[in-house]
Design a protein around this ligand. Structure first.
Ligand SMILES: NCC(=O)N[C@@H](Cc1c[nH]cn1)C(=O)O
Ligand SMILES: [Zn+2]
Ligand SMILES: [Zn+2]
Length: 476
């Protein structure tokens, strides 16, 4: 049978089994594997076990790698979830493709404003709503569905596949870097290509391949004022309040133009070359759709090119929350004794995590000097991940472009991603091989947000692209 005929059969197989694939994703979404919630660690472990069992059913050889312990803010330690190392096929004549993905998800609760239960996959109008549906359970399961389809159709798999599936990605990939370094001369030594499907198209219709990611430095600012919470009528106006110090610090970090106000933060940012500047205008991107997807009236920048640059090639600082602050309904006249402010800086070429850390520390010290406050203030880099930029003209990208054209009938845009996949650079360094970002989700999937979803069409087409990508890589 010609390859074209086989692909027709394969694609029909995917379409015919849509219901089974949705059910499988539903089983995965039902496990609330939130890595940021230490009291849910057993659910993360359950997700690892669920995936291991599926992989073993498909004949993938699975090993669970222990990556040690996580130290929590209060000093206690809990076990980090094991990393799944999978091997499918060991034919020496075939290429070895390493697939990376993650099984943990961002926190989610109905009270955040979800229209449906976040951990119950709910189908509506061709969309599958649920936490982790697009980030990253849908894409991870898609890779496994591809292996299953080949087996059922009795077709030899075009490449050997290795899997690295972690469950702390949404918490900075704690523990994974050391594991990968230790595997450099064993599990990783024969890898030819690394592929990651954990990002999104720039729009809803046109596929893209990505060759860049921003990194992330996630900070905790800890402010302690008293030994207990205080009555604001009894003590207000006489004590230095933790929240007042914290809010002051947090309000000095970024201005209304999105410019980071920390001295020196832009010193290492790579200058914009004329060649790079030209790339942005060619990319399909609609500003009004972007605004409506974000649910905002307007963006800081108005031009498409500037918006893309500020997503991809300039740093940004976002405020995330304050732990310990009163956030319930109604009114409570309390002065919280201890609050922790959380913010992150997305970093870009050529910023260094250690430099960013020092600059933030200096900034906080300077602000506190002006406050005349006796409160205990400490700043901690909770986790950091590097930026990553690759050459989109290398053969692996050419293979992925062919696969995209074969399925979608259109050349993908070559784009970058504003988010972070902290371990990407480590894969490149430890294998010495090309890493490809092959997004399958759409721009409006709402990863990390309320009502995260994965379109059924993206799920089905994603598996088709993944299949042809393996075939094309086999030819390289
Ligand atoms: N799909 C990738 C993704 O969502 N990555 C996270 C990684 C991260 C790092 N620290 C917390 N999360 C992101 O926020 O970009
Ligand atoms: Zn992800
Ligand atoms: Zn994510």
């Amino acid at each position: 049978m010609s390859n074209e005929d086989f692909n027709k059969r394969l694609f029909k197989y995917f379409d015919d089994h849509q219901k089974d694939y949705i059910q499988r994703l539903g089983d995965a979404v039902r496990i609330p594997s939130v890595s940021a919630w230490p009291d849910h660690r057993s659910e993360v472990v359950r997700m690892v076990e669920w995936t291991k069992s599926l992989m073993e059913k498909l004949g993938v050889k699975v090993e669970l790698a222990d990556i040690g312990q996580q130290k929590l803010a209060d000093g206690t330690k809990i076990k980090l979830p094991d990393v799944i190392l999978g091997t499918y096929g060991n034919d020496k004549t075939k290429k070895n493709v390493l697939v990376y993905g993650h099984l943990d998800v961002q926190p989610a609760q109905v009270s955040d404003g979800w229209d449906t239960e976040p951990f119950v996959l709910t189908e509506k109008h061709g969309k599958l709503f649920g936490r982790g549906s697009t980030d990253d359970k849908g894409p991870v399961i898609s890779w496994l569905n591809v292996i299953e389809a080949y087996q059922t159709l009795n077709e030899p798999f075009p490449v050997n596949v290795k899997f690295v599936l972690e469950s702390m990605e949404e918490y900075g990939s704690d523990g994974l870097e050391d594991l990968l370094k230790s595997l450099k001369n064993t599990f990783l030594s024969d890898v030819d290509y690394v592929v990651i499907s954990d990002s999104y198209w720039l729009g809803k219709e046109k596929p893209c391949l990505q060759y860049g990611l921003r990194g992330i430095c996630y900070f905790f600012i800890d402010v302690e004022s008293s030994t207990k919470d205080l009555h604001s009528g009894v003590f207000g106006g006489t004590v230095h309040e933790a929240m007042t110090d914290l809010i002051t610090i947090m309000s000095t970090l970024v201005d209304d133009q999105g410019r980071i106000l920390i001295n020196g933060m832009y010193d290492d940012v790579a200058p914009l070359s004329p060649a790079e500047e030209q790339l942005y205008s060619k990319i399909t991107f609609d500003v009004s759709t972007y605004c409506s997807e974000a649910g905002v009236k307007k963006t800081i920048q108005t031009e498409k090119e500037k918006i893309l640059m500020h997503r991809w090639r300039y740093p940004s600082l976002s405020l995330h929350g304050i732990q310990g602050a009163f956030d319930g309904c109604g009114c409570k006249t309390v002065i919280p004794r201890h609050v922790i402010g959380k913010f992150s800086i997305r970093i870009v070429p050529n910023m260094k995590i250690s430099t960013v850390e020092k600059l933030v520390e200096n900034h906080v010290k300077q602000i506190m000097k002006t406050r005349n406050s006796p409160n205990k203030v400490s700043i901690k880099l909770e986790h950091g991940g590097n930026y990553w930029v690759a050459d989109p003209n290398n053969p692996q990208y050419v293979a992925a472009r062919k696969a995209t054209v074969a399925v979608h009938g259109i050349e993908p845009d070559l784009t970058r991603e504003g988010g972070s996949i902290p371990i990407t650079l480590t894969f490149q360094e430890q294998t010495g091989k090309s890493v490809l970002l092959l997004p399958v989700g759409a721009s409006d999937d709402g990863a990390h947000s309320q009502n995260e979803k994965f379109d059924i069409s993206n799920y089905m087409n994603g598996m088709k692209v993944m299949s042809v990508y393996f075939q094309e890589v086999a030819k390289l």
